[in-house]
Design a protein around this ligand. Structure first.
Ligand SMILES: [Zn+2]
Ligand SMILES: [Zn+2]
Length: 224
């Protein structure tokens, strides 16, 4: 049962922050479409990959896991100069909209409280992926650059899909996919206000949480 304070915040969020005509389904489709388009372009551009070039995939995966962890722990949960908007959108909005006692969306309009703004994808692509891709092409090869970009964008896609899944209804079929329920438990604990600043910063695979000793496996006792 959703408590009065969260219900009141949700109403305020919907009134003040969800623009007229917003479509949660379109928002999610745009993100998936962008990820799929980059993956398809990458597949077309890859050519005669050498065995060592494949190393770019696991290394980028681990790098993305670290970036997810550090970004969530030190930017999304701490106000940083110039990055206050990210802190606001995550700690002050996402964590108030969803608590461990109220994890589910009420309607597709609420997707806005989970998904990254589409403009941020354009920003990530031009500010990070493009320069990193150019440097990797120069240092190694175009294949390494494309494998980096594809793994990074694939990781971002998995972040959005998993985070979206965790805020679905508990009876949703998504929860029955292998591993999703266990990872959701970790994110559920992270939504407990007493834990959100200290544990479960990986939204996807809890590799860095284990490495840095911030994994909280127990579920809060007051989950309805
Ligand atoms: Zn969440
Ligand atoms: Zn958080």
């Amino acid at each position: 049962m959703i408590d009065a304070k969260t219900a009141e915040y949700r109403e305020r969020y919907r009134r003040e922050l969800i623009p007229e005509g917003y479509s949660g389904r379109l928002h999610f489709t745009l993100i998936l479409g962008f990820v799929a388009a980059v993956l398809v372009i990458g597949v077309v551009r890859l050519e005669a990959i050498q065995p060592l070039e494949w190393l770019a995939v696991p290394l980028t995966f681990l790098y993305a896991n670290l970036a997810e962890y550090l970004g969530h722990r030190f930017v999304m949960h701490r106000r940083r100069p110039g990055l206050g908007m990210i802190y606001e959108r995550h700690t002050l909005q996402h964590h108030r909209f969803f608590t461990h006692r109220a994890m589910q969306f009420d309607s597709s309009d609420d997707f806005r409280a989970v998904l990254f703004p589409p403009m941020l994808m354009v920003f990530f692509a031009t500010a990070f992926a493009l320069p990193a891709g150019l440097v990797l092409t120069w240092l190694f090869s175009a294949n390494v650059a494309w494998l980096f970009v594809m793994t990074a964008i694939g990781y971002y896609g998995s972040y959005e899909i998993l985070h979206f899944a965790y805020h679905q209804d508990e009876d949703s079929w998504i929860m029955r996919l292998p591993g999703v329920e266990r990872m959701r438990q970790l994110h559920l604990s992270h939504h407990d206000p007493s834990i959100m600043q200290t544990g479960n910063f990986n939204i996807t695979w809890p590799i860095c949480d284990v490495l840095f000793g911030t994994r909280v496996a127990s579920v809060p006792d007051d989950v309805p």
